[in-house]
Design a protein around this ligand. Structure first.
Ligand code: 0RA
Length: 618
């Protein structure tokens, strides 16, 4: 495990280090799923360690036959002795990697485990996976206490980058777990601050509260979310859904507390039953006439916010990132549960039912209009170079992997970039003015927007149902805008568009942001550029008194072609930032709040972050 840590926790960067916390928490959550634990505490300690404490049954300490060691020591030191250990242990088990405590132990400089069980306290210390002494047991003065506590110090030999635990990252996961595991209290305490920072996440309503939260600023059109929880053939299926007045489909699917971003059988069952049930209802209620076609899956998902959470005995995770649920039996289970519950909900809430169907009908009409608009874009892109937008200065390279496209704000900067680029592998697409804010517009209007059509055609991927990432013509898509407020706005509009309509360009790592320099410094014939205020101060100081007055660049337009090449285009010298999505949920939320049609949430955001707003850039 120490040789190949990436195999067990994904990576050894800060993200991987946070995985250690999740692995431990997952064990405690398993205990909660077994109905044996209702509180889980996480402490970020002042000395850099992290402690997770639960009030479950405690890890067993009896002697394990095969090894002659206490079960606790086996769990801590043997791979795959985690969740399933101890026979009739858990009903369901989560954990992306399912290897749990032994991995955390192997990758920690030090671990302290404490188990309260049967009126005794058991403790053991480990260093880089090895027990430092036999298990110690003594009578417990706090009689009746039960549970497990694991404190660990991530090993600096493994985690070479910054080793600070991030409050927001852990709080976000705990909040999510609290929604997914109703009536379990998750507490987070940060002892590195003075005084301690503290938060508790606890939801009586579980995922129903989650859906209310997701919809809080979106104008829900149902009086309350539809909610169901049901056990069927040993699986627990939990669904909450509520429509809002936006056009965005926001369905979160979980299997054993893992966000299955690649979807899978539970989502298939959900979609099928949603479409079938709403069509059946619409016909029965006379909202769809005999000659009308059925509502499509997309029509009934416009403005839908839903959380789907299934808990299975033996989940099978598939797909590139192991976040696709494979169990085929789940299709029917979810479909039955949703069909029954939604059918009943519509019968009992006919006013809500009518609003949902009317919204879907509007979506169907808009979709027909969008399809016509999309056809135009698509038909063009099929004909390749002949119909590439006139404003695109394409590169001669044909291999996408070697090709780059710079999307440049303004015709004049676009002109400079065309002169300054290396035309063999760099294409330039100038955009005039600001593109449409797609968060506020319907798809048909978006696709009629000329700048957006040019962009899609140049990229080659198509859009909507016909989107195909494998047709992307450039594997570096670089946004290039001025380093001022307007440039920021344009970049944000573009990011919003990519996030909502060409998401894989971001998630597959193709989207970049160019970093033009902020200053040009000169002393005699020596010219230097600075890309940050810090770098500027250092370089200016190094040049000393004989430096000429530095030039502060306000826009790309102030550079000539040669300078633009040297500072921003030349792979040897430029700085590109890759756009990454750490937390898709947070990204959705922030785009919605900052770019969406409702003013109130935006106002609140700005007021809350007013001090930081000068540095704000999405
Ligand atoms: C194996 C069997 C049992 C409980 C546990 C493991 C257990 C593991 C962890 C890890 C963190 N907290 C935990 N709590 C419990 C069941 C033991 C029994 O039947 O009493």
């Amino acid at each position: 495990m120490r040789l190949r840590p990436g195999m067990y926790i994904g990576s050894t960067d800060p993200r991987g280090m946070h995985h250690l916390v999740y692995e431990i928490i997952d064990n405690s959550v398993d205990e909660a799923l077994a109905g044996e634990c209702d509180r889980i505490d996480v402490q970020l300690m002042a000395d850099g360690s992290c402690t997770v404490t639960d009030n479950g049954r405690g890890i067993p300490v009896d002697i394990h036959q095969a090894s002659g060691l206490p079960a606790l020591e086996v769990v801590m030191t043997k791979l795959h002795a985690g969740g399933k250990f101890g026979g009739g242990g858990y009903k369901v088990s989560g954990g992306l990697h399912g290897v749990g405590l032994s991995v955390v132990n192997a990758l920690s400089e030090r671990v302290l485990v404490t188990v309260w069980r049967d009126g005794r306290v058991h403790t053991q210390e480990y260093a880089r996976g090895a027990a430092q002494h036999p298990l110690r047991s003594e009578p417990d003065r706090e009689s009746g206490r039960r549970g497990t506590r694991v404190q660990f110090w991530p090993d600096p030999e493994v985690f070479k980058e910054a080793r600070e635990f991030n409050w927001d990252t852990i709080a976000t996961r705990l909040r999510e777990l609290a929604y997914l595991n109703k009536r379990v209290a998750f507490q987070l305490v940060d002892e590195r601050t003075e005084p301690d920072t503290q938060a508790t996440f606890y939801f009586e309503g579980g995922i129903e509260a989650f859906v209310r939260h997701l919809n809080r600023d979106k104008g829900a059109i149902q009086s309350r979310p539809m909610y169901v929880e049901r056990e069927i053939d040993g699986s627990t299926i939990e669904i909450a859904l509520q429509y809002n007045s936006s056009f965005i489909d926001h369905v979160l699917a979980y299997a054993n507390n893992i966000n299955t971003v690649e979807g899978g059988s539970h989502l298939t069952g959900f979609r099928g039953a949603l479409t079938a049930t709403l069509n059946r209802y619409a016909r029965r209620a006379g909202l769809l006439k005999e000659q009308d076609p059925n509502l499509s899956g997309e029509d009934v998902r416009d403005g839908l916010t839903a959380v789907l959470s299934v808990k299975l005995q033996e989940p099978q995770f598939e797909g590139q990132t192991k976040t696709k649920l494979g169990n085929s039996e789940v299709v029917g289970q979810v479909s039955t549960v949703l069909g029954d519950a939604l059918g009943q909900y519509l019968d009992e809430n006919p006013a809500d039912g009518r609003r949902i169907i009317e919204k879907s009908l509007t979506a169907a009409r808009a979709r027909a209009a969008a399809a016509r608009a999309r056809d135009l874009v698509q038909r063009k892109s099929l004909l390749e170079s002949a119909t590439l937008p006139g404003k695109l200065a394409d590169c001669s390279e044909r291999d996408p992997e070697l090709s780059e496209i710079f999307i440049v704000e303004g015709d004049s900067a676009g002109g400079t970039a065309k002169q300054g680029r290396d035309r063999r592998f760099q294409a330039i697409l100038p955009l005039r003015g600001k593109i449409l804010n797609v968060e506020k517009a319907r798809e048909d209007r978006i696709l009629q927007h000329e700048e957006i059509r040019n962009l899609i055609t140049a990229l080659g991927t198509g859009v909507g149902e016909k989107f195909d990432i494998t047709r992307l013509r450039y594997h570096r898509v670089v946004l290039m805008a001025d380093a001022d407020i307007d440039g920021s706005h344009i970049r944000t509009l573009l990011l919003t568009f990519f996030w909502r309509h060409l998401q894989p360009v971001i998630t597959d790592g193709y989207l970049y942001i160019a970093q033009p320099p902020l200053y040009r410094l000169q002393k005699g014939r020596q010219v230097e550029y600075a890309y940050s205020e810090e770098e500027f101060r250092v370089k200016l100081k190094a040049m000393g008194d004989r430096a000429q007055a530095p030039q502060r660049y306000k826009g790309l337009g102030e550079m000539n072609a040669e300078q633009l090449w040297q500072t921003t285009l030349d792979p040897e010298h430029r700085v590109l930032l890759r756009v990454e999505v750490g937390d898709a949920l947070a990204a959705d939320d922030i785009f919605d709040r900052l770019m969406g049609p409702n003013v109130e949430p935006r106002k609140r955001f700005i007021q809350t972050h007013a001090k930081a707003v000068r540095n704000l850039d999405v």
